[in-house]
Design a protein around this ligand. Structure first.
Ligand SMILES: Cc1cc2nc3c(=O)[nH]c(=O)nc-3n(C[C@H](O)[C@H](O)[C@H](O)COP(=O)(O)OP(=O)(O)OC[C@H]3O[C@@H](n4cnc5c(N)ncnc54)[C@H](O)[C@@H]3O)c2cc1C
Ligand code: SF4
Ligand code: SF4
Ligand code: SF4
Length: 389
C-alpha cells in the first residue's frame, strides 16, 4: 500500500488515526520530521489510508467572500496572543454557545499537541503561535466522539491539520466549525529542543514565547517566570532559521493550502497589507488580525463574536495580496541542501550560524540602532513633550 510522496505528506496523521489495523506508525527522518510507515505484514489492503489522505483525495476549497480587520477588545487577550487575539475571541464565543474547542498547547518538554476541552482555562494554553510542528495525538477521534454525541466543536489549527480532520471525516459534519491560520511552514520539534538545550545554560526552562506585541521573539522562562533567555527576531538562531524558511518540513515548500481558496469556514492571519487598497485610520498601534470569511457557517459564527471584537470590513483582495502565504508556498531556499548537510554533521545551532550568520549579524545591527534611537527619544522626551511616547 502506497502513501503520498514525502514532498506532499504534511504529517497530519489522519491515515494513522483511521487505519483499522493500527499498522501505521510515524518514523523520524534525518532532519527530525516524522513520516507514516506501514507495517506491511499487518496491512489489510483496505485503502482507508489513501481515501482519508487530504493530499490524495483533494478537498474542496472556497475563495473568501468577506474580509475584516479585527482585534480583540480585551487588552489581556491582545497582550497574550500572537496577533490581534481573534482566535481567543472565537474560543470565548464558542464556549458561550456550548461548543467544545480544539487547539494546540505545550505539553512536557515543549511538545506542541492538539487538545480538546470545554473549559475556559484552556484558552490561555491555546493562545500564542507555537512555531514548530504540532502533533495531532488522537484529536480526530476525540472530535468525532463529541460530534457524534450531538455536541458542537470549534477546531482552530494550521490548514494541513484542518485538512487531516476533514479527510478523516470524509464529509464535513454540520456541527463542526473550522478556522485555519495562514501558515508559512513548521520546523521539526527536534530543532526546537536542540536550540533550547543550546541556550538554556544551567536553567530548567518551563515556558516558551515566540511573539511579543508585534515582534518575533524567542524567550524562555523558568517555573518562577524569571527570564532565562531572550532574543529578538533573526538575532536568535531558531527564529532566523524559521523566518528565513530553511528548516521546514518538505511539504511546506509544496503546501496545498498556501493559496487564496480556503478549506475552512474562517481563515485568520496577520493583516499585513492593511490600508493598501483603502485608507485605514484608527488610533491603535497593536497587532491586527485579518479574518477571512469562506462559508455561510463561518459568517454566522463570526457575527456572533462581534461583541468581543473591533471589526472593520475590508476588501478581500487587500488581505490576500498583502499576505504571501495566501498566494503561494514558501520558496525552497537556496541554502537548504547545505543546511541539511551541515545539520547532520554539526547540529542545529552551528548549522544555522554557518548558513545564516550574515543575516543574523545584520539583524543585530538593525536592532541595536533602533534601541539607540528609542533611548535617545526617551531622553529627549523628558525635556520636549512632542518626543514623549
Ligand atoms: C507555524 C505558524 C506559521 C504561521 N505563519 C503565518 C504567516 O505566514 N502569515 C500570517 O499572517 N500568519 C501566520 N501565522 C498565524 C499567526 O501567527 C497568528 O497565529 C494568527 O494570526 C492568529 O493570531 P491570534 O492573535 O488570533 O491568535 P494566536 O494567539 O496567535 O493563536 C492561537 C491559535 O493558534 C493555534 N496554533 C498555534 N500554534 C500552532 C501550531 N503549531 N499548530 C497548530 N495550531 C497552532 C492555537 O491552537 C490557537 O488556536 C502562523 C502561525 C503558526 C503557528
Ligand atoms: S490499507 Fe488499510 S490496513 Fe493497510 S495501512 Fe492502509 S488503512 Fe491500514
Ligand atoms: S494522511 Fe496525512 S500523514 Fe498520512 S500520508 Fe496523508 S498527508 Fe501524510
Ligand atoms: S506550510 Fe502547509 S504543510 Fe507546512 S505546516 Fe503550514 S499548512 Fe502545514
Amino acid at each position: 500500500m502506497e502513501l503520498v510522496s514525502k514532498e506532499k505528506c504534511s504529517g497530519c496523521m489522519a491515515c494513522v488515526e483511521k487505519c483499522p489495523a493500527k499498522c501505521i506508525s510515524m518514523v523520524e527522518d534525518h532532519m527530525g520530521n516524522y513520516y507514516p510507515q506501514i507495517e506491511e505484514a499487518n496491512c489489510l489492503h483496505c485503502g482507508v489510508c489513501q481515501r482519508v489522505c487530504p493530499e490524495l483525495t483533494i478537498l474542496s476549497a472556497m475563495r473568501p467572500f468577506d474580509a475584516y480587520a479585527a482585534w480583540s477588545l480585551d487588552d489581556l487577550d491582545r497582550k497574550t496572543s500572537a496577533s490581534g487575539g481573534a482566535a481567543s475571541v472565537f474560543y470565548r464565543h464558542a464556549l458561550d454557545m456550548g461548543y467544545w474547542i480544539a487547539g494546540v498547547k505545550y505539553t512536557k518538554k515543549f511538545h506542541v499537541v492538539h487538545s480538546l476541552s470545554n473549559q475556559m482555562e484552556i484558552v490561555d494554553d491555546f493562545k500564542q503561535s507555537k512555531y514548530v510542528y504540532s502533533e495531532s495525538a488522537d484529536i480526530y477521534q476525540k472530535v468525532k466522539e463529541r460530534l457524534t454525541a450531538g455536541q458542537k466543536v470549534l477546531f482552530i489549527s494550521l490548514p494541513c491539520k484542518i485538512a487531516g480532520l476533514l479527510g478523516y471525516f470524509g464529509k464535513k459534519p454540520d456541527n463542526l466549525v473550522t478556522v485555519d491560520l495562514v501558515c508559512h511552514g513548521t520546523p521539526p520539534y527536534r530543532h526546537l529542543m536542540e536550540h533550547i538545550d543550546c541556550v538554556k545554560g544551567k536553567h530548567v526552562p518551563a515556558f516558551l514565547k515566540f511573539r511579543r506585541d508585534n515582534e518575533y521573539v524567542f524567550q524562555l522562562f523558568d517555573e518562577n517566570n524569571a527570564m532565562i533567555y531572550s532574543k529578538l527576531g533573526r538575532m536568535d538562531s531558531y527564529l532566523a532559521a524559521f523566518l528565513e524558511g530553511i528548516n521546514y518540513r518538505e511539504s511546506c515548500y509544496h503546501c496545498s493550502y498556501a493559496k487564496p481558496e480556503r478549506i475552512s469556514d474562517i481563515t485568520v492571519c496577520d493583516f499585513w497589507g492593511l490600508g493598501q487598497e483603502t485608507p485605514f485610520d484608527h488610533p491603535y498601534s497593536g497587532a491586527i488580525s485579518a479574518v477571512l470569511i469562506n462559508t455561510e457557517q463561518g459568517e454566522s459564527f463570526f457575527q456572533g463574536c462581534q461583541k468581543y471584537l473591533f471589526t472593520e470590513q475590508r476588501p478581500v483582495d487587500e488581505a490576500i495580496r498583502g499576505n504571501a502565504q495566501l498566494n503561494s508556498p514558501t520558496l525552497y531556499p537556496s541554502c537548504r541542501a547545505e543546511f541539511e548537510k551541515l545539520y547532520q554533521k554539526q547540529g542545529f545551532d552551528a548549522a544555522v550560524i554557518s548558513c545564516l550568520g550574515a543575516v543574523m549579524k545584520q539583524e543585530e545591527k538593525k536592532v541595536r540602532k533602533q534601541q539607540m534611537r528609542d533611548a535617545l527619544r526617551t531622553t529627549v522626551g523628558i525635556f520636549i513633550k512632542r518626543y514623549r511616547r
